[in-house]
Design a protein around this ligand. Sequence first.
Ligand code: DOR
Ligand code: ZN
Length: 358
Amino acid sequence: MTVLEIAAPDDWHVHLRDDHMLASVTPYTARCFRYALVMPNLVPAICSTAAAVAYRDRILAAAGPHARPDFQPLMTLYLNDALDRADLLAGAADGQVMAAKYYPAGATTNSAAGGSSLLAYRQVLEAMAEAGIPLLVHAESTDPDVDIFDREAVFLERELLPVLDQVPGLRVTVEHISTRAGLDLVRANDGVAGSITPHHLTCDRSDVLANGLRPDLYCKPVINSREDRDALVAAATSGDPSFFLGTDSAPHPLSHKLASPARPGVFNAPYALEVVAELMFQCDALDRLEGFVSWHGADHYRLPRAGSTVRLTRLAEDETTPLDEVTTVDGQTVTIFGVEAARRWRWEPLTEPEQVGG
Ligand code: DOR
Ligand code: ZN
């Protein structure tokens, strides 16, 4: 039997939503992950420190009875015209705000409030570089002339490279990297890191399209080619500290996933750890799991690595029958990604984590 012990994992990119959905999904993140870097794409978007602090309070209230005692949501502000530079700097200096997130307008769910040019925020970015506040980017060109499978590469080329060039010292996370182009950019630039999702690591576009359309796997950036997926797996299993887990868990009611147009987003929080553990197992790289899920992100965000540990056990047979959907308090169904991996893994907190502030 395969048993391993790792430092408690962190999720460096998660959507927890609000209201009924928040209440239904947050416990899954809170019981597994120590830090959760929470995305600000609510409607209205989280653009001020006050809004982020109020949202964090709602998240903590929704964390549920099985939350890790050290579960800590880390808050991000939505970088757009409504963001006030002084407020961001004060919020970050106070430890209330971790980062600012840039969405190209129209690229994905709730991105209508996003920008049309990253460099248009040059003054904010310069202040962030000076204060050491990380920029998180949704790297997808919204140019309709660009093929959907090339949009990450084009955004990086047209939007991010000029910023890296003109705002030296800016710390950046390229979120949910989906292509080799994203990996290459991270490797080539100091201070730039990349989060990678469980679904981009374990699926390619044939899984989405070839055997009947799979709306449950539709996300932004879209899951790309087999070659891209192989490159992501190589990065995640390489031990390179520039790459770490960001689940991009993004719940939508099944009715919205099955609508036309379908909403992009994969809800993977319940089994994200199991999916990555199974991938590492299949790649004979379980010794890289801890770096990818527990160390590299904390190092990039200059936070302490977890002192507490989690034990993972790979089950010889299908010993469990994991849930494959969640029903929200208002009766919506949300499909869970990663059920196959959840049949093979069990995990439990091993050493008692310290209470936040304790
Ligand atoms: O697939 C996605 N869903 N990608 C994103 O960038 C946003 C997310 C969401 O909020 O649903
Ligand atoms: Zn996201």
